[in-house]
Write a protein that binds this ligand. Sequence first.
Ligand code: MRU
Length: 368
Amino acid sequence: MKIDGKAWRTIWLEPDGRSIGVIDQIQLPHQFTTRTLRSCEEAAEAIRTMVVRGAPLIGVTGAYGLMLALQADPSDAALAAAFEQLNATRPTAVNLRWALERVRDRVAPLPPAERAEAARTEAAAIADEDVAMCEAIGEHGLAIFQQLAAARPAERQGQPFNVLTHCNAGWLATVDWGTALAPIYKAHRAGLNIHVWVDETRPRNQGASLTAYELGREGVPHTVIVDNAGGHLMQHGQVDAVIVGTDRTTRRGDVCNKIGTYLKALAAHDNNVPFYVALPASTIDWTIDDGVAEIPIEARSAREVTHIQGRVDGGPAAGQLATVQLTPDGSEGFNPAFDVTPARLVTALITERGVAPASEDGLRNLYA
Ligand code: MRU
């Protein structure tokens, strides 16, 4: 996607061929800066602190993290330690484990001297495949949006097609395009009169900061709303569809996504609003069935609840990023980062291979 006319991916191999460049997402939307990752430790730290985030992107960062580790020490012991270090950074998105296993399984049989180069090739392939998968998700989602828009009653045909999304499942969460936002970009480019309701997505506000930033750069009309507004908008016919991403999808089609997604699915169900989940194959965990019982939910720092980051808009510190405390001294916070939406609340899964019911048969028909 383009920022000020320049095409960017979220992660890239630097010209030295040994270090990795990433967009620093902690500084967005107020400052666009990049960082260079030179070691496995730096890659792990970037994932843990959410300099990079979003399920597909942390998978690719993990893959390059193994490359960085193997450049320093290509031994079996170093490979195993780096795998564990990176895999422990964030527990919910299965893309991380998937990408780490893919690189490890590719390089482990090789002589140590060949491992770093092979990891570089494999990580680059994962990144390129992610871009292709996300663009294909965009095409399949576009067809759904076009059908839904055309099926609206005659008096609503001239109005914007309103889509609600939660968190950031855009190009910043992937390598390019995004998952849930890819159909939105495709629709906008195809000339559909689309408007996006952007859930702010407390506590880290990925919607208000990242999704709004992306949509703005692409010129997609959008409005940021507080997380609690979606149900009200649905009751008043102001949402034509909901589309979100997922960090882990079970084989029966339960989806685990940013905290608050489940409440949106319940409201959509109650108001007959279609609820779509967009995902690449790397998000499917074929080893588990019941998402509520089996998916590990990351508990992040309570400080993300009790404090909030923003840009100071006046006074001597105007323009600087600052963190302020929201809660009284002494109040505790609790911060589960994800929740699970059961398959029964999902209208359909939109994958790179096409659209499927959220069920084991639906997924197996696509991926058998
Ligand atoms: O905690 P984050 O910002 O990494 O959470 C990201 C999400 O929940 C996304 O919706 C999910 O990774 C799907 S992204 C394509």
